[in-house]
Design a protein around this ligand. Sequence first.
Ligand SMILES: Nc1nc2c(ncn2[C@@H]2O[C@H](COP(=O)(O)OP(=O)(O)OP(=O)(O)O)[C@@H](O)[C@H]2O)c(=O)[nH]1
Ligand SMILES: [Mg+2]
Length: 188
Amino acid sequence: MSHLKTAIRAIGEPINLVFCGLDYAGKTAMYIRLKTGRFVANLKPTLASTMDSISFDEDDLVKATIIDLGGQKALRDLWKTHIENSHVIIYVVDAYDHSRFNESKIEFQERIIPLIDSKPCLIVCNKFDLIKADSKEEDYSKLIYDVENTIQKALNIPKTSPFEIIVTSQKTGYGLPKLTRVIRELLT
Ligand SMILES: Nc1nc2c(ncn2[C@@H]2O[C@H](COP(=O)(O)OP(=O)(O)OP(=O)(O)O)[C@@H](O)[C@H]2O)c(=O)[nH]1
Ligand SMILES: [Mg+2]
């Protein structure tokens, strides 16, 4: 990951984080959570991508530009240019919706992997609140581990750097401190 830090320092340009992944995964909910700390239910699908500056520390010193893309099928050809122009890729998966794991895998393998170019790639397994509500598992850390493992296998994510899997719920805020910390570490 030090590759990113060196590149940023050398160039001194704004750092772009791109949010991609299938429609309905929770990209815009995550952008709003990171920006405002709030969860918004019933969001409309993103048709035009949003670019906005977000701080990842309380002193407002660690900033990056978020690019929140639309995930609908017809919009996925637009991902390429944004990924190429970004320093960090954040691929969001609806970890509750098993019926779309295969579609998410195909897009990840065909549209993300070829563009990685050693960029950090965080895979966000979102909607953990729905998984937890459905599960009888009482061991919280085991449940998290199972989600990470399920998504890693379902999408065939390499277990090595620059890939990192993070479980989140935009609704409860679970995983957001870890996500923020990982992003902050990449940026500073
Ligand atoms: N229960 C729950 N719902 C969530 C979570 N994250 C997002 N949602 C809801 O899921 C729906 C889709 O979320 P969006 O953020 O609009 O999804 P998106 O990935 O931006 O979708 P596109 O813009 O179409 O690509 C919205 O109604 C959100 O409120 C979560 O962690 N838990
Ligand atoms: Mg959206």
